[in-house]
Design a protein around this ligand. Structure first.
Ligand code: NAP
Length: 264
């Protein structure tokens, strides 16, 4: 498979490096003003420098959302001829991308998250009816090479994906920050408090990830009546405060995602 990346920063680089390492992609070309150009290695500073007669199977758009339109502007008809364009640009709609491409190729919107950097990502994918099943399968496989991938049927659902898994790693990091701070206040050395929080997050996530794991059952298994966990859970669950907070926070993220999409 012959893939062109437009933008090879944090997200583009994580995806491209993983796809090459997994053998899913044989030939990778990169356009990014921040890299050292080397045409023989398929590395270019500008899209205009990519040979106009080169065809690609997949073109990944991984620039900041505000640059999406100008970044696609230099694609030739030959670049697009058999390509599917996969955009990871948050909030940039499928309609906007199709217009920017002059309708020359099918478009997939992907919402990955930062754990793709360690092969434990979670990506929401959306494609309209122009994408055939064979290519849909291939794109799904590419994102499964960096974690889990889930297709949504409606483009608007990507706003909810953004609010849950796109921004989600930050919520867990915030909880770990709070847990580590609490550990320090309870008398632990900072490094130990940090390590306890991180290893506990990792262990809990690993348990949740087991087949058929039920979150409530996992929680109940740690919560003996009148024990230490029960004392803490009672505080979190007072008037369902934690759940209300999570609901309000994810609604705010969802609202912001909708606003960003409407601006694109
Ligand atoms: N990071 C995440 O967790 C995450 C999650 C989901 C989606 N995304 C999406 O992924 C996209 C990229 O985010 P990122 O965090 O990887 O940003 P990033 O690290 O800033 O990478 C973007 C890269 O694109 C380059 N670039 C700018 N204009 C270009 C152009 N016209 N042609 C080619 N390359 C160009 C930038 O170069 P310069 O720095 O020299 O301008 C930079 O190297 C964003 O749209 C974001 O919404 C990111």
């Amino acid at each position: 498979m012959n893939v062109l990346f437009i933008g090879y920063g944090r997200m583009g680089g994580a995806l491209g490096d993983a796809w090459l390492a997994s053998g899913k992609v044989e030939q990778l070309s990169i356009v990014d003003p921040g890299i050292a150009p080397d045409a023989a290695a398929g590395r270019y500073g500008r899209l205009e420098d990519v040979p106009a007669d080169q065809a690609f199977d997949v073109i990944v758009l991984a620039v900041k959302p505000g640059y999406a339109s100008e970044a696609l502007a230099g694609l030739s008809d030959r670049h697009c001829e058999r390509a599917v364009v996969v955009s990871v640009a948050a909030g940039v709609t499928q309609g906007f991308l199709s217009r920017a491409l002059g309708g020359r190729c099918p478009v997939v919107r992907a919402m990955p998250n930062t754990p793709v950097l360690v092969g434990a990502g979670c990506t929401g994918l959306y494609a309209n009816e122009h994408l055939d099943n064979a290519r849909r399968f291939i794109i799904g496989q590419l994102f499964e090479a960096v974690g889990a991938a889930y297709w949504v049927n409606e483009e608007e659902q990507l706003d909810a994906v953004t609010a849950i898994s796109g921004s989600g790693p930050a919520y867990y990091h915030l909880f770990s920050e709070a847990l580590a701070e609490a550990g320090i206040k309870l008398g632990l050395p900072p490094e130990l408090a940090r390590n306890l929080a991180a290893q506990t997050a990792f262990g809990a996530a690993t348990l949740q990830h087991q087949a058929h794991a039920d979150f409530t059952e996992l929680r109940m298994a740690v919560t003996s009546p009148n024990g230490t966990t029960a004392a803490a859970i009672e505080v979190f669950e007072t008037q369902k405060q934690l759940r209300e907070l999570v609901m309000a926070a994810t609604c705010a993220a969802h609202r912001r995602s909708v606003e960003l999409s409407e601006g694109a």
